[in-house]
Each structure stands twice: as structure tokens, then as C-alpha cells.
Write a protein that binds this ligand. Structure first.
Ligand code: NI
Length: 180
């Protein structure tokens, strides 16, 4: 784990994302270069698509890692089925998740906007806000979902959260995404 200097990378230390560069660095670093994330997710024919998504809280306020929020996120994701949430990690100020389109014309961006607003409506805490934008990147075909998950799953250790119960992340899987 590195020093916890807040920066533009979702509040992550710079050395957090020196391994498994593809999706994590796209997710976090594109913000520094562009100010706004690039959304380049294409769905190509019948090829299976898995997208790695990072969603942050507004001002990186740490309100996500509670049982209530985790439970509601799971409910909202379970109902918002245009895209299927696979494995995910809920950190205090950001979420990493994998998602796959569920035979849908609804874009990833619209789907994310939808579940964020559903969540906020039901959560009912006005000061708990989402960053408007998000980061997404499509896994390249030769990449392994399992390997990416292993990397993301270790996020809490790299974030230095281990041993701090109040910051303990929440993680799980809603749908088993097919990656064949
Ligand atoms: Ni992270």
C-alpha cells in the first residue's frame, strides 16, 4: 500500500494501479488526462462483452461502505437488468464492478445513470451524491475475467483499508457472467 495522498485517481495512491494496467489505469488515470472519462464500449456482434466499470462518489466522500448502502445497491442492481452486474467491490468512495449487456439496446451509460438515480431515490440521503460521470473499459478478449477480479478483489489491501472495520469494503457477485 502506498501513502494515502488524495489525488484525482478516485483518491487512490498513485502506486495503486501499477499492475494489471489495462482496466484499472484506464478507469482511474483517464480522469487525469482528459478531465472527463472516455466511454468507448462497443458491443460487437455475438461476442461476449464484459465491461469493467468504476463509479465514484461526488467529492470522493466516503459514504459507500455500509451494510445499508451495500444492501440497497444489490437490490437496485438486481432489478436494473438491462446490464447484468457480475462481481463487484464497494469501497468507501468508489465502486468497481463488472457488467455484461443483457440483450439490450440500453447503453452502458444510460444503465449506470438509471441505477444511480434509483439508488439515490430509495436511499434518500441528499448529501450522498454520485460523481456524474464514471469510467468504463471493455475487457479485451484475451483478458481473463477471473484474473481481473483477483486484481480488483485485492483493492482493499492496496487501499490500506485492511484492519479498519469502519472502512471495510463490501463485495460479492450478482450474476455469473459468461466469458467464453
Ligand atoms: Ni479502486
Amino acid at each position: 500500500m502506498g501513502t494515502n495522498v488524495p489525488n484525482a485517481n478516485c483518491g487512490l495512491p498513485e502506486d495503486d494501479h501499477t499492475t494489471a494496467r489495462a482496466e484499472q489505469q484506464d478507469a482511474h488515470d483517464s480522469r487525469k488526462k482528459r478531465r472527463h472519462p472516455a466511454h468507448g464500449v462497443l458491443i460487437i456482434g455475438d461476442q461476449p462483452t464484459i465491461v469493467f466499470v468504476t463509479v465514484c462518489t461526488k467529492y470522493r466522500i466516503r459514504w459507500l461502505a455500509t451494510p445499508e448502502v451495500h444492501c440497497l445497491l444489490r437490490e437496485v442492481w438486481t432489478k436494473a437488468t438491462a446490464w447484468l452486474v457480475g462481481r463487484y467491490v464497494v469501497m468507501p468512495d468508489h465502486i468497481h464492478l463488472f457488467a455484461a449487456p443483457n440483450d439490450t439496446p440500453i447503453t452502458l451509460d444510460k444503465w449506470i445513470t438509471y441505477w444511480k438515480s434509483q439508488f439515490s431515490k430509495r436511499h434518500g440521503v441528499p448529501e450522498h451524491r454520485w460523481l456524474t460521470d464514471h469510467w468504463d473499459t471493455r475487457l479485451r478478449h484475451e483478458e481473463s475475467y477471473d484474473q481481473k477480479w483477483e486484481y480488483v478483489r485485492r483493492n482493499p489491501v492496496r487501499h490500506g483499508l485492511v484492519g479498519k472495520p469502519e472502512d471495510r469494503p463490501f463485495q460479492g457477485e450478482i450474476h455469473a457472467l459468461r466469458w467464453e
